[in-house]
Design a protein around this ligand. Structure first.
Ligand SMILES: NC(=O)c1ccc[n+]([C@@H]2O[C@H](COP(=O)([O-])OP(=O)(O)OC[C@H]3O[C@@H](n4cnc5c(N)ncnc54)[C@H](OP(=O)(O)O)[C@@H]3O)[C@@H](O)[C@H]2O)c1
Length: 217
């Protein structure tokens, strides 16, 4: 598949490298066509399958897109990507609305009655937004086996075909326990989980953990 990665940070680079390893063609997008981090990533990946450009270049290129930008500016970044380039496509929203401007722990810029996932879906009604992977740190996203035992990942979104496509990608990353939380409003819960995630990370001084849901049958 051709995949557009919007974002040049740890998440964009980690997902991009794994997707190239899996045989996909990946273009990483940024505000600038010559972003240093994106150029370094494409060079280091040393594959004809890895390239970089603007947000709009990556969105035009991808059949599927990952939003790996900061949650509080994701709408701006997606506007730069261009509604016409995103139309009808699946967008996996990995962002979190974290505001670090007042230090640790960060606050959420949107919560409770709304989420970044929903904001994106409202702003781009033709895009099939699937929220996923935002509840764990980047190395675990592409390698859940780093954790011993069962561990869970969430998906939510309004389009069941899009969620099935995302589920197949997650399976390629090694995910087995994929919990479908239904429509995109469930993104509120997965984004608000970050309030607890950050406290756990501060307590453990380590971001390499995740949860597993146990139910009484
Ligand atoms: N780090 C993790 O392990 C992790 C785990 C789960 C979820 N997340 C979430 O994933 C997202 C990406 O995290 P990250 O640490 O990889 O990213 P990051 O380095 O903090 O930022 C990624 C992107 O944000 C863009 N950006 C920043 N300000 C902008 C603006 N004003 N307008 C447009 N674009 C702007 C940057 O564009 P340029 O390329 O042009 O500079 C960059 O591509 C975040 O929402 C984060 O909360 C992170």
């Amino acid at each position: 598949m051709r995949i557009g990665i919007l974002g040049t940070g740890t998440v964009g680079a980690t997902l991009g490298t794994k997707l190239v390893e899996l045989g996909h063609d990946v273009k990483m997008g940024s505000r600038s066509a010559t972003n240093e981090k994106a150029e370094d990533w494409a060079k280091k990946t040393s594959s004809t399958k890895a390239s970089n450009g603007t947000f709009a270049d990556a969105a035009a290129f991808g059949e599927i897109m990952f939003n790996c930008t900061l949650g509080q500016i994701s709408l701006e970044a997606l506007k730069m990507a261009g509604a016409q380039n995103l139309r009808g496509k699946v967008l996996i929203d990995v962002s979190n609305p974290l505001d670090f401007s007042k230090g640790m722990p960060p606050t959420l810029t949107v919560s409770n009655t709304d989420s970044v996932g929903e904001q994106i879906q409202r702003a781009f009604p033709d895009v099939k937004v699937v929220k996923s992977l935002n509840t764990i740190s980047a190395p675990i996203m592409i390698n859940p086996k780093l954790l011993q035992g069962d561990t869970d990942i969430f998906v939510c979104g309004n389009d069941s075909g899009a969620k099935a496509q995302v589920q197949r990608l997650l399976e390629q990353f090694g995910w087995k326990n994929i919990i479908d939380l239904d429509d995109i409003s469930a993104a509120r819960g997965t984004e608000m989980w970050l309030a607890l995630w950050v406290r756990l990370m501060m307590k453990f001084q380590n971001p390499m953990f995740n949860i597993h849901i146990q139910k009484v049958n």
